[in-house]
Design a protein around this ligand. Structure first.
Ligand code: NAD
Ligand code: ZN
Length: 265
């Protein structure tokens, strides 16, 4: 008889045995850390930067997501962010996101570290999230440094946005290429990765260096490393399991179904 699940497994070259081992581990582990990149949101229709759709007008994403681009032409950069915020607003979390929310509700200590700025993890129901690249629905005042939501109260004039508190210019609350991370937040991520017995790395290419640094730290501390990505990446060699498929197809298979008591390693 035709079994859709078996067909997907065959296509993705993922064995039932691996799926069983991983979902058992998810259920019995003490601490689970997940790192996500743009790939997990691709199935929600949000383009990755390095894949197809990485261009807007004639610009490459990497040319606009920089402090230099904002300094040179803030109106253009705001226009691009308004366009992308609109895509994120209209997108819906996919099965990859909702599976991670289910996993958080079952796992003992769960921490989701995301490079994504699209807010889809929060909308799917995840709670313990570190958004290390910021959030596209927030802005920051260059004058008073307050972080403010972008909504109907945001003052917009000639394509630029201004602070409701001090009238200073706003910029997107995003960590751009060439900018530093929030050191406190990154410290917290390393601390949680050190304690993890499983690290899931989903939809990130490794072109950004932070996922690799976090994965190396987890490996040093003997965590089980699992990657979910349809492509081989520079991180694949570090992994104990590389599940080559789309996040929205692979993650639902990893959500544990049994009770903790019936489980062994
Ligand atoms: P990236 O370099 O991490 O590449 C995306 C990865 O996702 C690739 O390895 C690709 O093979 C993989 N992928 C594609 N479809 C997938 C799927 N269905 N399931 C699992 N994996 C899949 O990311 P990038 O696009 O170069 O972005 C760089 C940075 O820009 C991000 O880290 C993020 O901060 C920002 N960004 C965010 C969003 C978002 O919030 N959704 C989108 C684009 C870029
Ligand atoms: Zn201000």
């Amino acid at each position: 008889m035709f079994n859709h699940d078996d067909e997907i497994d065959k296509k993705m070259n993922i064995s039932k045995e691996s799926v069983k081992i991983i979902s058992n581990k998810i259920l019995t582990c003490n601490a689970l850390v997940v790192i996500t990149g743009a790939g997990i949101s691709a199935e929600s229709g949000i383009p990755t930067f390095r894949g197809e759709g990485g261009y807007w007008k004639t610009y490459k994403a990497e040319e606009l997501a920089t402090p230099e681009a904002f300094q040179k032409n803030p109106k253009l950069v705001w226009e691009w962010y308004d366009y992308r915020r609109n895509i994120c607003q209209n997108a819906t979390p996919n099965l990859g996101h909702t599976s991670l929310a289910q996993i958080e509700s079952m796992a003992s200590n769960f921490h989701l570290i995301t490079q994504n700025v699209d807010n889809l993890h929060r909308r799917a129901g995840n709670k313990n999230i570190s958004e290390i690249h910021g959030n596209i629905f927030w802005a920051r005042c260059l004058n008073c440094k307050n972080v403010l939501p972008l909504d109907d109260r945001t003052k917009t004039q000639q394509g630029l946005k201004f602070c409701q508190i001090c009238q200073g210019p706003l910029r997107p609350h995003i960590v751009w290429f060439g900018e530093s991370y929030d050191t406190g937040l990154i410290h917290l991520c390393f601390e949680s990765v050190k304690k993890a017995d499983i690290l899931l790395v989903i939809g990130t290419s490794g072109a950004v260096t932070m996922p690799e640094a976090l994965a190396l730290e987890a490996k040093k501390n003997k965590a089980l490393l699992i990657e979910i990505n349809p492509e081989v990446t520079t991180l694949t060699n570090l992994m104990d399991f590389s599940l080559q498929g789309r996040a929205g197809e692979v993650l639902p298979k990893l959500v544990p179904t049994q009770n903790k008591s019936t489980n062994q390693n």
